[in-house]
Design a protein. Structure first.
Length: 376
């Protein structure tokens, strides 16, 4: 390949090229699902996205003969480093042609940026944090991604490891088919456990109230920041960050798949599953307007799978079996609406309790997303 130059993104023109590159690189890949462009723009908008109130971002393009052949972001997340007492820089939004020399030049930029900020580890990919799309797909490249999960060609693993990155943590996605919904013995067990917990511990379950969305979101944030606080890579989200993500999800959620567990009327657990919107946006090339909206609305009616995004309980109420009520109700709702399956994930590889629960339900691990580290 001709000489490659690395250009920092500073102009609106280069920002557009940064956003557009994956649509060019992966256009022939039948498994990739093109994200909606306005979602990508909002995620990278340092003025709109409240994540950047405590984080810093730099973007670079690799250019050869006037064409973009790669891109990368360097990210410093101050909240992460304060919470974990680390000095970790991150890379994200990585896309590249299959060329180690080009990817090396891109990683060099993210590494230099992190070192200059006083970091001693470079970690990724995260887009731009573990509260967003994260991980490099390292298997199952012939299965399209579900909503808010990344996708990349198989050769990316070689580009990353050839630079000296090593595995930090694997994130596992589970697939669950409709046959589980029809397993009467399993459903009876879930019903029995849920009823026992409700009676013995005075736990109740209810669906989200979208008419009181603002207050409901704050209850979710309180549960989230407590329940996940000891998880690897977790970073508490600010109120603004949580609202930003919630406003995005509000457009696609179905309240039948969103539940609270309450103890004496106080929220102590939360479950969020969403229709897999990727089934509706695939083939739109990331554009809803002017004509994509009609195809989207038609495809939306055909969505028949879920993504179970989060399911958690405050620390003081864990290991009580509350998740049985969540699974019972999401399976029942899916059955009523003729859903044929779901992805549960992601789940940390060493979250053995969650993994065992998923497998007892009949879910199978079917995708692995890997986070990498490199000492600086």
């Amino acid at each position: 390949m001709s000489e490659v130059s690395i250009v920092e993104v500073k102009s609106a023109y280069d920002k557009k090229r940064f956003i557009e590159f994956p649509y060019e690189l992966l256009s022939g890949n039948k498994y990739w699902v093109e994200p909606l462009r306005f979602d990508v723009k909002n995620n990278l908008d340092t003025k709109k996205n409240p994540f950047y109130k405590h984080s810093r971002l730099k973007l670079w393009l690799a250019i050869s003969e006037g064409k973009v052949v790669g891109r990368i972001a360097g990210i410093i997340n101050d909240n992460h480093n304060e919470f974990h007492d680390e000095k970790t820089g991150f890379f994200g939004f990585f896309e590249c042609v299959n060329d180690r020399e080009i990817s090396k030049k891109l990683f060099d930029m993210a590494a230099e940026f992190s070192r200059n900020e006083g970091m001693n580890i470079l970690r990724g990919p995260v887009n731009p944090s573990t509260n967003d799309e994260c991980g490099l797909l390292v298997d199952s490249f012939d299965i399209p991604p579900v909503m808010l999960m990344p996708y990349n060609p198989a050769y990316y693993k070689d580009l990353v490891t050839s630079y000296g990155f090593s595995k930090a943590k694997d994130l596992i996605a589970f697939d669950i088919d409709r046959y589980v919904i029809k397993d009467e013995k399993m459903m009876q067990k879930l019903e029995r456990v849920a009823n026992m917990i409700m009676k013995r511990e005075n736990i109740t379950f209810r669906n989200v109230n979208l008419k009181d969305f603002k207050n409901e979101v704050q209850k979710v944030r309180e549960i989230y920041n407590d329940a996940w606080s000891k998880n690897w890579g977790f970073v508490p989200m600010t109120e603004e960050e949580f609202n930003f993500i919630a406003d995005h999800l509000k457009m696609i959620v179905d309240p039948d798949f969103i539940q609270f567990a309450e103890h004496n009327g106080n929220p102590i657990g939360f479950s969020l599953a969403v229709p897999d919107i990727n089934l509706a946006i695939k083939g739109l090339n990331g554009k809803l307007f002017p004509f994509g909206i009609f195809k989207f609305l038609t495809n939306k009616k055909k969505i028949n799978r879920l993504r179970v995004i989060i399911m958690g309980v405050k620390k003081d109420y864990q290991k009580m079996g509350i998740d049985a009520g969540f699974y019972r109700d999401v399976i029942k709702a899916g059955d009523r609406k003729n859903y044929i399956g779901a992805e549960i994930g992601w789940v940390l590889e060493d979250n053995f309790a969650m993994r065992q629960t998923a497998e007892k339900l009949g879910a199978k691990p079917y995708k692995t997303y890997r986070i990498y580290d490199k000492a600086l």
